[in-house]
Ligand binder design. Structure first.
Ligand code: NAD
Length: 337
């Protein structure tokens, strides 16, 4: 099938070219995002492939349909960037990659915890400058620390498994009790309990209208003073202004985020020669106890190869059968309302 790939980087082209040897689709890679300005490039392509920061509203979906596009292949698990209701009305099929490497994201959450706790980001700079003082680098044992996991699905369960290895005490919050987590000895508790008991909280639930700003002023007020908050899920789970207030007051002792609510204007691009206009983001970077990474938790070679294999298999399945097991249906959108 002829596929237009938008928003591609060198690593995408490499993994998709390798995976396409088994499929032989006709792929055209574009560097640009899929936007109102670039949508004409998609004309004549029955399939279009996009990433998480390509936002498709009803008008753009209609333009794609008019250009002959019948299939939208998301090279992501999340689908909150596409208007599913509009797509269903237009008869546009959408497929996604439900899971590609839960290990990648869970392991990155651990990287943030270890770096923040043992101040690796600060020690790295000190040693390079010949400063071997360890004043201010005091950490705490993860052994026996209480670790709260909000969202105990695929990634949350692997995160819990790793933390169990450190000897941490596991508590969880989710409407569904995952048997893997129960086997690890996780105790499921209420939201107020997870906030007040945890030394570390790691967010692994999806962004939905229900979870938008789950961590707000009210939640931060209930947290154990000096807690470590980790978010590798979606930026909108945290009210950034509330987090900044929490950091200033000391309620939040450490913040590690791989996602940020206004990340679409920043992440995945080299802006090192430009002035960053987002003052909220810049304020976050001034705290010594904050680490921000630019949505790289998924970024392992295994995950890239799984994303490419599943995306192309989805397209092949759709081409052969007119349907696909990884189709995103309108019920998914309603379930998330
Ligand atoms: P999953 O569907 O396996 O698990 C999500 C869990 O969250 C489920 O158990 C669900 O019951 C629970 N949940 C839903 N609403 C909740 C709520 N209000 N409170 C508590 N729990 C709730 O998903 P997953 O594969 O583990 O992925 C989790 C999230 O990780 C994704 O939604 C995505 O946002 C994020 N993610 C981030 C990256 C990255 O690179 N940073 C990559 C992949 C996924």
């Amino acid at each position: 099938m002829k596929i237009a790939f938008f928003n591609t980087k060198s690593y995408d082209r490499q993994s998709f070219n390798a995976a396409n040897k088994a499929h032989q689709h006709e792929i055209v890679f574009f560097d640009s995002h899929l936007s109102n300005e670039t949508i004409s490039l998609a004309a004549g392509f029955p399939a279009v492939c996009i990433f998480i920061n390509d936002y498709l509203d009803a008008t753009m979906l209609e333009a794609l349909t008019q250009g002959g596009t019948k299939l939208l292949a998301l090279r992501s698990a999340g689908f909150n960037h596409v208007d599913l209701t509009a797509a269903a009305k237009l008869g546009m099929k959408i497929v996604r990659v439900p899971a590609y490497s839960p290990y990648a994201v869970a392991e990155h959450a651990i990287a943030l915890i270890l770096s923040l706790n043992r101040k690796v980001h600060r020690a790295y700079n000190r040693v390079r400058e010949g400063n071997f003082s360890i004043e201010g680098l005091l950490g705490f044992d993860l052994h026996s620390a209480t670790v709260g996991v909000i969202g105990t699905g695929k990634i949350g369960a692997i995160f819990a498994q790793i933390m169990k290895g450190f000897g941490s005490k596991l508590i969880g919050y989710d409407s569904y009790q995952n048997p893997t987590c129960l086997d690890l000895g996780m105790e499921y508790v209420s939201m107020p309990e997870i906030l007040s008991q945890s030394d570390i909280i790691s967010l692994h639930c999806p962004l939905t209208p229900e979870t938008y700003h789950l961590i707000n002023d009210d939640a931060i007020a209930q947290m154990k003073t000096g807690l470590m908050l980790i978010n590798t899920s979606r930026g909108g789970l945290i009210d950034t202004q509330a987090a900044i207030a929490g950091l200033k007051s000391g309620s939040i002792g450490y913040l590690g985020i791989d996602v940020y609510e206004q990340e679409a204007d920043l992440f995945f691009e080299d802006l090192s020669n430009q002035v960053i206009h987002d003052d909220t983001f810049q304020r976050l970077l001034t705290f010594p106890n904050v680490i921000v990474t630019g949505h790289q938790a998924f970024f392992t070679s295994q995950a890239l190869s799984n994303i490419a294999d599943t995306t192309l298999a989805n397209i092949t399945e759709f081409e052969n059968n007119g349907s696909c097991k990884n189709e995103v249906k309108i019920e998914n959108a309603i379930a998330h309302k």
